[in-house]
Design a protein around this ligand. Sequence first.
Ligand SMILES: Cc1cc2nc3c(=O)[nH]c(=O)nc-3n(C[C@H](O)[C@H](O)[C@H](O)COP(=O)(O)O)c2cc1C
Length: 310
Amino acid sequence: MQIEFLGTSLRTPLVLASGVLGNNKAILERVWANGCGLPTMKSIGPEPRDGHHNPTVIDLGEGMINAVGLHTPGYLNMEEEWQDLENRKFPVNASIYGGSVEEFARVAQFVAAKGPEFIELNISCPNSESHGMIFGVNPESSFAVVSAVKKVTDIPVIAKLTPAAPDIGTIAKACEEAGADAICAINTAGPGMVIDIESQQPVLAFKKGGLSGPMIRPIAVRCVYDIYEQVSIPIIGLGGITTGADAVEIIMAGASLVGMGTAVRYRGINVFNRVNQEIDDWLKTHATSIDQIIGIAHGKQKPVNPKGEK
Ligand SMILES: Cc1cc2nc3c(=O)[nH]c(=O)nc-3n(C[C@H](O)[C@H](O)[C@H](O)COP(=O)(O)O)c2cc1C
């Protein structure tokens, strides 16, 4: 299932979601060797950051809640990782975040020079410029981040959006107008909270956390559907995708590529091979290619530019 995405040829349409398996080359390569077309790195930030105390992740059965707290060594302290990645045989999507527009641009410029095929902007995390709000809930701040990053790098830029946005389609449109080459949606939903009724306390050390896995899939499908209505750049659809049927569903909402994170926990690292096979099996009786079903749930398809040309 060779896929052309923003000028890079991917072996499969499946993407590893940021943050679930870290930044170690051996792990990213293992995921790729097991059917993932595009491994995404854990979000890299401007300064070293420890993240939150344990417990940070809880499995709720129908999905997970996490508050890992964006732990990062900081973009200047990853020389070993970058050197390891230099001689890789697989494409990499480098996820970054910043606390201000200027930080996003600074981290992006540095990281882009390390040679990832794509830069993904995690504008779905809290920032200081908007007093703890998320860049991605506001079209103006989303536009500002994307256009600042586009000025400092030539590699394709993917904006990762949050379902917390009141109108995610408008945010996606602002990102496209700012020059984004693709949209990735969604980041975790919520925040939510789980209380242990014996200790009578919230279970997560940070108390609140983002939801992922099957329980958020209908939100992800709705978000991708809304985004597809507004933009003509490709969409990476993710949020609860665990099976080939889930992947087909989000493609029908408008996704060109499909991401998975929590599914790795439920079905193991081989989930990528299995979902590729399940998509293939479905296609055998329903369509001749994935392209035929992208956005089909809208009643009519529109051209999505697979190379991201404007
Ligand atoms: C433990 C954990 C850590 C995550 N870390 C990041 C991160 O660093 N950057 C990011 O953009 N998204 C992060 N995410 C969100 C995922 O990339 C993904 O958008 C979300 O979990 C929904 O997809 P899923 O249901 O397939 O997991 C994280 C999710 C989990 C569960």
